[in-house]
Structures are given as structure tokens and as C-alpha cells.
Design a protein around this ligand. Sequence first.
Ligand SMILES: Cc1cc2nc3c(=O)[nH]c(=O)nc-3n(C[C@H](O)[C@H](O)[C@H](O)COP(=O)(O)O)c2cc1C
Length: 255
Amino acid sequence: MKTLWIFAHPETRSLNATLRDTGVAALGERGHEVRQSDLYAMGWKPVVDREDFPARNAQDRLLIGEAQEHAHHRGLLSPDVRAEQEKIAWADTLVFHFPLWWLGPPAILKGWFDRVLVQGFAFGVKDPHGRTRRYGDGGLAGKRAMVVTSVGARPSSFGPRGIHGFVDDILFPLHHGTFWYTGMAPLPPFVLYGADRAGAADAKKWQEQLRARMDALETLAPLAYRHEAGGDYDADLTLRTHLAPGRTGLDIHAA
Ligand SMILES: Cc1cc2nc3c(=O)[nH]c(=O)nc-3n(C[C@H](O)[C@H](O)[C@H](O)COP(=O)(O)O)c2cc1C
């Protein structure tokens, strides 16, 4: 297994930094290759700006996605973006590790998605019939991706009726909208609850649980989502009425 561990936490002495060290070491001990992107340590630039693509003809309307695709195909992306894409191409498994901030990843990681997963590389790639490969297929097809995250709240409050919203729904934009959209199989997330009240015993327990998760990483069954090309959606990209009849909500996209 070749794992790229993408880590987004600013503090080297944090609970999450300890867990990152544990996870990376566990993979190494099991004979797997690991590369890392420690976004704060790298000083990652999280904002898409005009430096990310060479200026196009001044008369062109500036569409960022189009400009990124152009830069991608011409090999003109910034060196930091190309370096991340090269690591992704190398990896068969991607781990995205971050503390949950305002129900999502820290901005530095959001900016990694914005800048690295460009059109023509991760999405917007076409099959031989000219159809765009999406949801279960795409530029990153064949790879697996897993979230490792810690949250301040308790498990019940992130449960199916929890006040913060169901954790499966909170992570849907990553699992379905980012991983699955680009073709990556989303693995069940590794979520640590009550992280702000954790003591040494909790940290030790979580390290053990993370080691066990690393043992299972290669064989873990992904979350099952519907493939766009699998026939479940109509031409308007709406789930056909006989599937999950009468239901709405994010979980109708589970296969
Ligand atoms: C800016 C910020 C936003 C946060 N948002 C949430 C949140 O939406 N839900 C939650 O349960 N915890 C939230 N937390 C708590 C963090 O998830 C928690 O502090 C972190 O997981 C602890 O890990 P660490 O010690 O490695 O930083 C937030 C913390 C910060 C600093």
C-alpha cells in the first residue's frame, strides 16, 4: 500500500499531531510506504489566485476552472500544486487528517482541495464516448480515501438525531462530493469524539484504535454510494423515482 497522509493541524504538540505520528509509524511498521503533506509545516498557500494559472488572453472571460484545466494540460501549474498531484498519482490510499473546525476541515485543507484537485486532473475528465467521468469514476479512480478527524462534541450529539447533525451528513461533502466525485472510494471515517476533554488515557486508547484501523486499511470495505454511470440517475442527474421512493436527503445516494 502506498499512502499519502495529508495533515492539517497547526500545532506540533496537539493530540492530532500525536495521532498522525502514530498512524504514519503504524503503516511503516507494517511495511507500507508513506508520504506526507503536512500543510501547516509546508506553509501551504490555501487560496486560489491568479498566480495559480498563467494569464490567458486578456479578452478571454476568466473562468477559473477552465484556466486551471488549461494550466494543467499545458503543464503550467504552480510547482507546489504539481508536487501534490505527483504525490496523489503515486498513492493508492489518501488519508485526510484534521480537527473538525466549524463542521468542516480547516481552511488550509479546503484550499488544498481547491488548488490541487483541478479540472482535467481530478474531475472533468471524459471517457472515450465523451461523457464526463464523475461519482464513482474520475481522474482519481482506483484510489481509496479516508478521513481521520477529531471533534469537540460527544458522539450522541453527532448521532442520527444529534443537535450538530448526523456525522455521516457532515462528512458527506468530503465523502461524496469530493472523494466519490473524483472517483475515489471513501473509507469509513475514523472520528474521535470529545477531543477537547481528552486525557492521557483517552489519547492512548485512540492511538491503539488508530493502529487497529491501520491494520484494516487495506481491506476495509468502502462506503457504498451510487455510481453516476450505473443507471440510478436520469438525464437531469436526479435519482430515479423508483429508487428510495418518496425519500429525500443525503442518504438516498447510498447504494
Ligand atoms: C476554529 C474551531 C472550530 C471548531 N469547530 C468545531 C465544530 O464545529 N464541532 C466540534 O465538535 N468541535 C469543533 N471544534 C473543536 C475541535 O474539533 C477540537 O478542539 C479538536 O478536534 C481537538 O484536537 P486538537 O487538540 O488536536 O486540536 C472547533 C475548534 C476550533 C479551534
